[in-house]
Design a protein around this ligand. Structure first.
Ligand code: NAP
Ligand code: MG
Length: 403
């Protein structure tokens, strides 16, 4: 073993809750600290600490990412009524991910981690499909109304200066329902920017799909903004990188994706992204084999795991039982952040270390050593089903061989 790898700029380290917090410190202690002179600025988003600081710590963490550019985040509890009671909270604090996303103005990209012995349920998918989901508006900020009986439903816009605009939605003869949704050009533009930038970063084609043949104003607006940004800012860069921007109708895209071999970034509106990301996660196997990165159009990156705090396993851990919780998504979150830090700082040793650690994780699983969640899916069957700590030790052993 040679000297530890040096870092120039600190990473913003955002700690979290329950089982992922336990795995977080294991990963650091066994896989990172022995090899990297880890520089981090630490923010503790454990629910108790968010409560103590009236959630200011979450805002500070997001501001730190703006300062340093790259963060890595552990999973955190989004409190519901039961958590308010369990932790005796001052109030039901908002989702930290939502708060951070709002401050960084980001888009989340999810990418499956593929290994040879976990086969996607769609057999022709050979490469990961990355999904980029718009995270503002549409049905998630809707206004709905139940129509009780006959009458006219109208949509009215009252400009600050100017004439009222009115559209008839429907003349109801009987009972029914109506819904209003909206979106903002600024939000759609920053979504588009993030998608083009991430496709370039990953050197993959970008697919975008809406239903503009039916929704000639609303969905068409998404399509036009994407096209305009592509023409003005990204066409040249895409051609240089040998990647393409491809627009097609959402139903056509679904059919093509299923028949494809994967390997693209698929950008989707909020609802489409919600539905399709769950489909992708289940086709590729497990949430614990899914990376997630928040990319802001201003050039900030926050890496995390796609899964939550794995509360059920934590309850077993608290009883003193060892658990076979899968740390792969957390390890990859650290890897993603270290690699990005290395790229931005011009420290190739850090990039190489992240590559080697990633390869060691894949090798461990492909040699048949895995946690229980993967053992259920593996083909050929797992040789050794291990607890979390044993898995990390097996990764360490393989990492040491190549350092
Ligand atoms: P979860 O933590 O994702 O876990 C749900 C189930 O998925 C687990 O019980 C486990 O199944 C399996 N699983 C997830 N990650 C796994 C891993 N790494 N290894 C092995 N199995 C894994 O979701 P949840 O239990 O619904 O949520 C718990 C807490 O997480 C909630 O308070 C929620 O607010 C929070 N959350 C945070 C984030 C985030 O910060 N990014 C995201 C989602 C949820 P088995 O029990 O069958 O083994
Ligand atoms: Mg969903």
């Amino acid at each position: 073993m040679t000297d530890k790898i040096q870092m120039r700029t600190p990473l913003v380290e955002i700690d979290g809750d329950e089982m992922t917090r336990i795995m977080w410190s294991m990963v650091k202690e066994k896989l990172l600290l022995p090899y990297v002179d880890l520089k981090t600025e630490y923010y503790d988003l454990a629910l108790e600490h968010r409560d103590e600081t009236d959630d200011q710590i979450t805002i500070e963490a997001a501001e730190a990412i703006k300062k340093y550019g790259v963060g890595v985040k552990c999973a955190t509890i989004t409190p519901n009524a039961a958590r308010v009671k369990e932790y005796n909270l001052k109030q039901q604090w908002k989702s930290p991910n939502g708060t951070i996303r709002a401050i960084l103005d980001g888009t989340i990209f999810r990418k499956p981690i593929m290994v040879r012995n976990i086969k996607p349920a769609v057999s022709n998918w050979k490469k990961p499909i990355i999904l980029g989901r718009h995270a503002y508006g549409d049905v998630y900020k809707n206004v709905e109304h139940r129509i009780s009986g006959p009458g006219r439903a109208e949509m009215v816009f009252t400009p600050e200066n100017g004439e009222e605009v009115k559209h008839t939605i429907h003349d109801f003869n009987g009972s029914g329902i109506i819904q209003s949704i909206h979106n903002l050009d600024a939000s759609i533009s920053s979504f588009a920017e993030a998608c083009f930038a991430y496709a370039l970063d990953q050197r993959v084609d970008l697919w975008f799909s809406v239903k503009d043949t039916i929704s000639k104003t609303y969905d068409n607006n998404f399509r036009e903004i994407f096209e305009q940004i592509y023409e003005e800012k990204y066409k040249g860069k895409f051609e240089e990188a040998g990647i393409t921007y491809f627009y097609t109708l959402i139903d056509d895209a679904v059919a093509r994706i299923i028949r494809s071999e994967g390997g693209m970034l698929w950008a989707l509106k909020n609802y489409d992204g919600d539905v399709m990301s769950d489909m992708l996660a289940s086709v590729f196997g497990s949430l614990a084999m899914m990376t997630s990165v928040l990319v802001s159009p201003h050039g900030y990156f926050e890496y995390e795991s796609a899964h939550g705090t794995v509360q059920k396993h934590y309850q077993r851990y608290l009883k003193g039982e060892p658990t076979s919780t899968n740390p792969v998504a957390l390890i990859f979150a650290w890897n993603g952040a270290l690699r990005k830090r290395g790229e931005l700082d011009g420290t190739p040793e850090l990039v190489t270390f992240a590559d080697k650690l990633e390869a060691a994780v894949i090798k461990t699983i492909e040699e048949g050593v895995m946690t229980g969640d993967l053992a259920k899916l593996a083909e050929p069957p797992a040789k050794q089903v291990v607890y979390t700590e044993e898995f990390i030790d097996e990764v360490t052993r393989r990492l040491e061989e190549v350092l």
